[in-house]
Ligand binder design. Structure first.
Ligand SMILES: *Cc1c(COP(=O)(O)O)cnc(C)c1O
Length: 389
């Protein structure tokens, strides 16, 4: 009988305890494991290299992404760093999107400045993106789709084909979609990275990451590097993330339903320059989203009139959204990319990435949709009044 990946995620590690048949797997906090004898190394010896609780989470993530193996790291940036060490030889050409996560951009930029590789910042959206990648003949292409905060899409299959033609490797940061909405390996990518801090854990109480590899050889490399760098995740974090993962499919469905309701309700409001959401027919990548993703996602980006002043009026009185970084939790958040998530990008780079002073990124939670819409419309009305007043 074929069991679906989401069923397997719900059941990962359930009743696998060999000591007492506990239904939920135990948390192995021990740093080390006794050898059976001088030649008797057991499955685990030291928890940086391997931990039973972390191994259950890694197995579930590899399963959900359709990969050959995975490592769980202490943060999403730990996963990014592991990939850059494992897959980027000295002097390599690395193509990254011009509008990627600010923390990833900071690391790419800093390592390139140290001369570790040749960094090509590239627009990976639109029909000409594959030709741009082919022309660069990269050793590695970094994809983040939908992008942050403009939610532009990259055609994973087209870019993977272009990169593979010159022997390049393709890594997709799948944090914004989770494997419920997008499976990059099935579209031709070689490696998937996650900030599990976001949707996979989903409860804003763990910092974590993961790298999922499409082949056993790539999985072996990420395993070796994550252990050598010392970025593997802790047992308690792994346990909490595994608990979050069990409700991932339910949560994603509600995130998507609420985000869609919000995008529809606020589009056209006079206080807005634009609403960016792949589920809207007006979005430039609406058609690609419909084929590449199984839902438009839980993030909606608003571009308010009046720049920072318009933003202030909007935020002053908001009750259902917390002004905070991060995303993907059950609670709704609003972030100001220019001063928060993307502050590491110099103004010129922010400009090139399309980030404006009036831009707000909503991480839409799983609260009642009508409450969220009413709260946002009241905020937009305040912005409109502040502009006319
Ligand atoms: C948050 C995030 C990261 C970094 O993850 P941390 O867990 O904060 O280290 C990387 N990529 C994307 C798309 C993110 O949203």
């Amino acid at each position: 009988m074929e069991i679906s990946p989401t069923t397997r995620a719900v059941r990962a590690g359930i009743e696998a305890d060999t000591a007492h048949a506990s239904v939920v797997p135990p948390i192995y906090l021990s740093t080390n494991y006794a050898f059976a004898g001088i030649d008797g190394k057991r499955a685990f010896d030291y928890s940086r290299s391997g931990n039973p609780t972390r191994a259950i989470l890694a197995g579930a993530l590899a399963d959900l992404e359709g990969g050959a193996g995975a490592v769980v790291t202490a943060s999403g940036m730990g996963a990014v760093a592991t990939c850059l060490h494992a897959f980027v030889p000295a002097g390599a050409t690395v193509v990254v999107p011009h509008d990627c996560y600010g923390g990833s951009w900071r690391l790419f930029d800093a390592l390139a400045r140290k001369g570790q590789f040749d960094l090509r910042i590239c627009d990976l959206t639109g029909p000409d993106a594959a030709a741009r990648v082919a022309a660069a003949a990269p050793d590695l292409v970094w994809i983040e789709t939908p992008s942050n905060p403009l939610l532009r899409l990259t055609d994973i299959k087209a870019i993977s084909d272009a990169a593979h033609a010159s022997g390049g490797l393709v890594v997709v940061d799948n944090t914004f979609c989770s494997p419920i909405l997008q499976r990059p390996l099935a579209l031709g990518a070689d490696v998937v990275v996650h900030s599990t801090t976001k949707y996979l854990n989903g409860h804003s109480d763990v910092i974590g990451g993961a790298v999922v590899a499409s082949t056993p050889e790539l999985a072996e490399q990420v395993d070796w590097w994550s252990n050598s760098l010392g970025v593997t995740g802790g047992a308690l974090d792994s346990y909490l993330t595994l608990r979050g993962l069990r409700t991932l499919e339910l949560r994603m469905a509600k995130h998507v339903a609420n985000a869609s309701a919000i995008a529809d309700a606020v589009a056209g409001h006079p206080a807005l320059v634009a609403v960016h959401y792949p589920g809207l027919a007006s979005h430039p990548d609406h058609a690609l989203a419909a084929v590449q993703q199984s839902g438009p996602g839980g993030i909606v980006t608003l571009d308010l009139r009046g720049g920072t002043d318009g933003v202030r009026a909007f935020l002053d009185g908001l009750t259902c959204f917390s002004l905070a970084e991060s995303l993907g939790g059950v609670e709704s958040l609003v972030a100001h990319p220019a001063s928060m998530t993307h502050v590491a990008m110099p103004p010129a780079v922010q400009d090139a990435a399309g980030i404006t002073a009036g831009m707000l990124r909503l991480s839409v939670g799983i609260e009642d949709a009508a409450d969220l819409v009413a709260d946002l419309v009241r905020g937009l009305d305040r912005t409109a009044r502040s502009l006319s007043g």
